[in-house]
Design a protein around this ligand. Structure first.
Ligand code: FES
Length: 88
């Protein structure tokens, strides 16, 4: 049986990068170390969220499956992953 991985996408587009995603690049190393192959993490170009939500300036964005994390930090992303793993 195939296990479904949690899919984490770290936005590395310009807006998010300027707003702090440069720190989040660390997730690309730290997520696999912490969660092994339960979680797939990738850096992606602009998710298209910054332009919709630009007024509110909630970048940087990270997606954990279909959930959007605004003003993402490493701790918020880990918390979201933990929650999903706990629920599954
Ligand atoms: S740069 Fe991240 S959503 Fe646009």
């Amino acid at each position: 049986m195939e296990e479904k991985k949690i899919d984490v996408k770290v936005c590395l587009g310009t807006t998010c990068f300027v707003m702090g995603a440069s720190n989040l690049q660390e997730l690309i190393d730290s997520v696999p170390k912490r969660y092994g192959d339960k979680v797939e993490v990738t850096g992606v170009p602009c998710l298209g969220l910054c332009s919709i939500d630009w007024k509110f300036s909630k970048a940087p964005y990270v997606k954990v499956d279909d959930d959007v994390i605004k003003e993402a930090t490493i701790d918020k992303v880990f918390a979201a992953i933990d929650k999903k793993l706990g629920n599954s």
